[in-house]
Design a protein around this ligand. Structure first.
Ligand code: ATP
Length: 369
């Protein structure tokens, strides 16, 4: 029995999650995947009513689950950043979900490229370090700035103490990679490539400019590549952005640091057919992981039955793969493929089906009806 925490969240998160749960129930009906679901009322409504985001008891309870299935959060009535920081980022940090996994698959005919390429890229983005650590400040009047970075792996405190400061203010943002952080990331990357039956990993960086952090990352990845018996290609991030457009089919498992990963995976989301198709896993291989569609709460279409539920279904696919039910994961992916091949889709893809109708079509395909 797998214990799943379900957080529908806000806006279309709630609508697509109804489909997601329906599909998980269907999977349980036809396979050995047995699950129970506990719903958590986390999101903007509760925050606006009570000021609460996620309580300590909820964190404890979420931490005991096998996986977290997440819809979307966001609300125009709440100042940007509060829900994202207080819920999503907090959850990632709390459960040390140090890998962000984002598949980029050619969901034809929605791929916006002129040439027909078949691709299936697995982006693995490091989720806790690099330039997104919040390690920065502004040096004013020669005063030193204290920088604290607390992670599951370490608690780092340092002072940036100017020796000579011209008469100006200087803002800085430090990007850090720890040896242990890169090692555990690299291990997961190579294991993923092995699982996917690939003999090559691509590491994206900008080691010709940011020589220190990405130089160390290259060294560690090279060592790990040898250990795992898998070859390693290096790509600069600018070259990678171009290559994703002209030869996406040449990539398999791609490792990318936090900041570049944020940008490249959004490019990837559009390449595969848009926000309604993109799923994401925030993964801690030794702990509790969280699976979600990459889209937000989409207030502009919430409550209208227009949301595409494919992303939430593909998030369930990733969750099933992660929990060891790869066969069922593949079944979900094939069910989505079948529906699209038969021309069934929601308005964002040019179709006429409502969220629920699309969900029912996918469910029928899952059940083989
Ligand atoms: P956030 O900051 O939470 O990501 P956002 O408004 O930038 O919010 P989304 O909420 O993902 O991003 O919405 C962006 C656009 O994509 C909106 O026009 C929305 O209607 C559309 N969109 C997002 N997800 C879906 C979906 N599943 N089906 C159809 N359209 C979607």
């Amino acid at each position: 029995m797998k214990h799943i925490a379900v957080i529908p969240g806000d806006g279309i998160g709630k609508e697509v999650m109804e489909v997601g749960m329906d599909i998980l129930d269907a999977v349980s009906e036809i396979s050995s995947f047995d699950h129970d679901a506990e719903f958590f009322d986390i999101g903007s409504e509760r925050y606006l009513k009570t000021g609460e985001l996620v309580t300590e008891e909820e964190f404890d309870s979420l931490g005991r689950k096998d996986a977290i299935y997440f819809g979307a959060i966001g609300d125009p009535r709440v100042k940007p950043g509060i829900l994202e920081q207080g819920i999503l980022l907090n959850m990632r940090a709390r459960f040390d979900q140090y890998i962000n996994m984002r598949p980029v698959t050619s969901w034809h005919p929605f791929v916006p490229l002129k040439k027909h390429f078949d691709f299936d890229i697995c982006f693995l983005r490091e989720n806790t370090e690099d330039f997104y650590m919040g390690a920065g400040g502004v040096m004013r009047s020669g005063k030193k700035v204290e920088v604290n970075v607390k992670r599951m792996l370490y608690d780092l405190r340092m002072n940036v103490d100017p020796v000579s400061l011209p008469d100006d203010d200087f803002a800085f943002e430090i990007g850090l990679l720890s040896k242990r952080g890169v090692e555990r990331f690299a291990d997961h990357v190579f294991k993923t490539a092995e699982k996917r039956g690939e003999d090559k990993v691509t590491l994206v960086d900008k080691a010709n400019v940011c020589t220190h952090i990405y130089g160390m990352q290259r060294e560690i990845f090279s060592k790990k590549a040898e250990e795992h018996g898998i070859s390693l290609d290096f790509m600069y991030v600018d070259a990678m952005a171009m290559a994703m457009i002209v030869r996406p089919h040449t990539f398999g498992t791609v490792a990318v640091p936090n900041l570049f990963g944020d940008i490249l995976t959004d490019l990837g989301a559009q390449l595969q057919g848009g926000l309604g198709m993109g799923a994401s896993g925030n993964i801690n291989p030794e702990g509790v992981s969280m699976f979600e569609p990459i889209h937000g709460s989409a207030p502009d279409i919430a409550g209208q039955g227009k949301a595409n539920p494919i992303a939430v279904v593909l998030a369930a696919k990733m969750m099933l793969d992660h929990l060891g039910y790869e066969e069922m994961g593949t079944l979900l992916r094939n069910a989505v493929r079948k529906c699209l091949d038969e021309g069934k889709s929601t308005p964002d893809l040019g179709g006429k089906l409502t969220t629920k109708e699309m969900g029912n079509e996918i469910k029928r395909a899952v059940l083989g009806l």
